[in-house]
Design a protein around this ligand. Structure first.
Ligand code: GAL
Length: 417
């Protein structure tokens, strides 16, 4: 072969391999709301995995904890006929979006990856619409945690409260010693996050299910719910004056820096402690929210894919779905995020004691019937009902509304469809 022939052959080979490469490479645009330190680190792992598959990642991050802003932006994009490739959507909203006919069916990828065998039923059932997978789970978060700075408690001579009845004595001691007892961000979803832990701690798992999941009118207006609102009001006394509008991760920083004693937040807060190099059991404690030992409010993050026209885009979605479900991703993502893997077969060896406790409690509560969906994190009831109930909870927290008025409003809000 002469030199020209050789060069031509090389050029053809290169062109061919480029063609193959570009047929494989797909751009995936992914909407999510993971913008805090720990969250961004976690989602960065997914980006890396996709890039390793030759796909290009277009980040569509909409800041705002809890995802309310992200959902507003998403709706506008879909209405404009410009849906992203994938979006972080969870709970009953998955069904609502699927019902609109805009979601891609992931059953082929799910079948090839044996998702049914790998996921606990509480997870897999939430991912399906009419028997087909339309969403892929990244994790299981536990919401009913209390994050504690033990040094602050020690300085104040306070004991970590195990029940809501014990709570005021501990909080008073923290306050007297010059600390902010409860680090809180006054945003509706954060108020709601405390409220659901109060309802669970005051009423127990059966009462939580009856009131927050089945929306039983009697339970919503019961003496137990009155007590829950009274307790919620009591907690309100222990937040600082600047709480309004504060982001949840800034509240976590207050605990990390020893300005505040505790925070009620799901275990994405652990992602912030981890990103700050803090060690559980030493620098901070993860304890059950008062009165909720053995109970587990779950919050499962997941992604849906919007139907695509081109084969290339569909390939990008399949890559994303299988990357998310891979054991490697489930491990590295959840090590950073604070949650536990959604897959049952991922070993917990590399995880810290908080995650191990979460894992044990998840399995035990599932057997005991005390595994309940988080209403504040959109796992329990349709989005419109969640929003109406959240409004009442926030209004109560930020006004002089009485508990008796609140239960009536709560029962009315629960009828919102
Ligand atoms: C939740 C979400 C978590 C966490 C949190 C704060 O709704 O499930 O993954 O990111 O919001 O942004």
């Amino acid at each position: 072969m002469n030199c020209i022939q050789h060069k031509t052959k090389l050029a053809v080979a290169m062109a061919l391999s480029l063609a193959v490469f570009s047929a494989q490479a797909a751009e995936v645009e992914v909407l999510h709301w993971w913008t805090s330190g720990g969250e961004a680190k976690s989602v960065g792992e997914l980006k890396k995995l996709m890039q390793a598959k030759g796909d290009s990642w277009k980040d569509f991050a909409v800041s705002g904890g809890g995802g309310e802003n992200a959902m507003t932006v998403l709706k506008a994009r879909v209405v404009a006929g410009d849906a992203p490739t994938a979006a972080q959507i969870k709970g009953p909203s998955i069904q609502e979006w699927a019902n609109e006919g805009v979601l891609a069916n992931l059953s082929a990828v799910a079948k090839a990856g044996h998702w049914d065998a790998q996921l606990p039923p509480v997870v897999s059932s939430a991912m399906k619409y009419q028997g087909n997978y339309v969403a892929v789970p990244v994790n299981v978060h536990r919401v009913n945690w209390m994050w504690v700075n033990p040094a602050v408690f020690k300085k104040a001579g306070a004991t970590v409260p195990k029940t809501w009845a014990e709570f005021p004595a501990a909080a008073d001691k923290l306050q007297k010693a010059g600390f902010i007892p409860v680090a809180h961000g006054g945003q509706p979803w954060q108020d709601f996050t405390i409220f659901e832990s109060v309802v669970l701690g005051v009423g127990g798992a059966d009462f939580y299910k009856k009131s927050m999941v089945q929306l039983d009118q009697g339970a919503l207006q019961s003496a137990t719910m009155l007590k829950a609102f009274n307790t919620f009001r009591m907690v309100r006394k222990y937040v600082d004056k600047d709480f309004s509008g504060r982001d949840w991760n800034l509240a976590t920083q207050m605990v990390i820096q020893g300005k505040a004693g505790m925070q009620f937040m799901g275990d994405w807060a652990k992602g912030e402690f981890a990103a700050a190099g803090k060690k559980p059991g030493a620098d901070y404690l993860c304890v059950d929210a008062p009165g909720t030992k053995g109970d587990f409010t779950y919050n499962i993050d997941s992604f849906v894919m919007f139907k695509q026209k081109s084969a290339e885009a569909t390939k990008g979605q399949d890559d994303l779905a299988s990357a998310i479900m891979s054991p490697e991703f489930q491990e590295i993502f959840n090590l950073n995020k604070g949650s536990i893997p959604a897959r049952l077969d991922v070993k917990m060896d590399k995880f810290d004691d908080c995650a191990k406790k979460s894992h044990t409690d998840f399995i035990a509560s599932s057997k005991a019937g005390t595994l309940v969906p988080s209403i504040a994190h959109q796992m329990a009831v349709p989005a419109a009902t969640t929003g109406a109930i959240q409004d009442v909870v926030t209004q109560f927290f930020n006004s002089e509304m009485t508990s008796a008025q609140a239960v009536v409003k709560l029962a009315a809000a629960a009828r919102t469809k």
